[in-house]
Design a protein around this ligand. Structure first.
Ligand code: AMP
Length: 181
């Protein structure tokens, strides 16, 4: 199964994505996690990405898509994958459609995990990640609205939306049900 998980920061996307990938037996591919691993390892990619990440900006498309293409080319992603954090913009989505088409593939579903703003803010302040400064949080939220929301319309025919408020297991069950699993 080839699935995207989309949602505002703080909706519990990382937690749900990891569980969902386990349940569906497909790799969880999170662009944010890959960037963070590169920052920690001090790679060239990490040094480049960090400048953008620290301020909540998007890493340039050519850098991000080269990284995604390399990851999707790995053997474990052949039968399926759960993409988390990519695509975040319509141009990235169009690029992904072309890449998958060249492999004779397409996405099966786009899962939207949503929650009200007050829940999002509360969860973000609780997780304490290095790039969770007030400025970076606000910038990511603004970018989510301007760049990522149009994705939902772009993927209207594949979109399934679930409520992210509730216990982790309960939300996971909603996700599996929404994906018919
Ligand atoms: P995330 O863990 O998804 O919140 O991503 C953390 C940071 O990594 C973002 O604020 C961006 O700087 C960068 N990033 C992750 N995914 C993408 C993407 N699809 N396009 C551009 N930048 C990204």
């Amino acid at each position: 199964m080839r699935v995207l998980i989309v949602g505002p920061q703080g909706a519990g996307k990382g937690t749900q994505a990891a569980l969902l990938a386990d349940n569906l037996k497909i790799p969880h591919i999170s662009t944010g996690d890959i960037f963070r691993a590169n920052v920690t390892a001090g790679t060239e990619l990490g040094v480049l990405a960090k400048k953008y990440m620290d301020s909540g900006e998007l890493v340039p498309d050519e850098v991000t898509s080269a990284m995604v293409a390399a990851r999707l080319a790995e053997a474990d992603a052949g039968p399926g994958f759960l993409l988390d954090g990519f695509p975040r913009t319509v141009p990235q989505a169009e690029w992904l459609t072309d890449l998958l088409r060249s492999r004779g593939q397409q996405l099966d579903a786009v899962l939207l995990l949503d929650a009200p703003d007050d829940v999002l803010l509360e969860r973000m302040l609780a997780r304490g990640r290095a790039d969770d400064t007030v400025e970076a949080i606000s910038r990511r939220l603004a970018l989510y609205h301007s760049e990522t929301t149009p994705l939902l319309e772009h993927y209207a025919d594949k979109l399934v939306a679930i409520n992210g408020v509730g216990a982790v297991d309960e939300v996971q069950q909603r996700a599996l049900t929404a994906l018919d699993r």
